[in-house]
Design a protein around this ligand. Structure first.
Ligand SMILES: *[C@@H]1O[C@H](CO)[C@@H](O)[C@H](O)[C@H]1NC(C)=O
Ligand SMILES: *[C@@H]1O[C@H](CO)[C@@H](O)[C@H](O)[C@H]1NC(C)=O
Length: 218
């Protein structure tokens, strides 16, 4: 009666020692971004705080960063199209500024975090998170339970704290229309004193697009 049990126990041992460890040691993978969402981010770049509305809209090939510096009434709009054209502008009647930039890369793909290195779990902003790092460019914290992003940090120290994350939220079409003064040659060529500091080097948009760019170069 004891012989028929032997194959069974061997099988059990096989499963226990060979299969379960390989399952449990597989590092978690970051959730792809939902194809459409709205997130409100609080940004911190060494003592400059910003409120950033992020409207990610992959099916329509567009991404919007609407940025307001702390206690600064001039809101900056950074509208990116997947064809590589970005419109950066203000809608302030006293500060009509616009810059059109051809950046040569599209918006982030929903799976842009793929291939990131898993660094384990860490408690940040009061949430237990899985942490990944990608190409020494970004550190990304995702809630272990809800899989929502909680925080990310660029290599520059520029940090995003995710305050709201509405999956499926889409900004109405009329809001994606850049103002008329973006389409006049004079405005296009002018270097804008308002937009320059916020949008150039180290800007959210530049950094976000840089991830894909850096990853492609490797
Ligand atoms: C912003 O980041 C700096 C470090 O870069 C930190 O000292 C400061 O406390 C942060 N401010 C807020 C409001 O989180
Ligand atoms: C990219 O798409 C936007 C929106 O449709 C358009 O305004 C812009 O001219 C396009 N850019 C190029 C280089 O085709």
């Amino acid at each position: 009666m004891s012989t028929p049990q032997k194959p069974l126990s061997l099988l059990t041992i096989f499963f226990f020692f060979f299969l379960s460890p390989s399952i449990s040691t597989n590092p978690p993978t970051p959730s792809p971004w939902p194809h459409q969402f709205h997130a409100l981010l609080f940004m911190n770049r060494t003592n400059t705080l910003q409120k950033l509305d992020l409207w990610y809209d992959w099916p329509n090939g567009r991404n919007f960063n609407i940025i307001q510096d702390q206690l600064n009434g001039v809101v900056k709009y950074d509208l990116e199209w997947n064809n590589g054209t970005s419109f950066m502008y203000t809608l302030d009647p006293y500060n009509k500024e616009c810059e059109v930039v051809h950046v040569g890369v599209g918006i982030l793909r929903p799976d842009w975090l793929e291939g990131g290195n898993y660094l384990g779990q860490e408690r940040v902003d009061n949430f237990l998170c899985n942490v990944w790092e990608k190409v020494d460019f970004i550190w990304y914290y995702e809630d272990v339970v809800t899989k929502r992003p909680v925080k990310w940090i660029f290599y520059t120290g520029y940090t995003a704290h995710v305050m709201t994350f509405e999956v499926g939220a889409v900004l109405d079409d009329p809001n994606w229309q850049a103002p008329l003064y973006c389409f006049s040659e004079a405005e296009k060529e002018r270097v804008s004193p308002i937009l320059e500091p916020a949008m150039k080097g180290g800007s959210f948009s530049r950094l976000m697009r840089g991830i894909d760019h850096t990853a492609d170069d490797m």
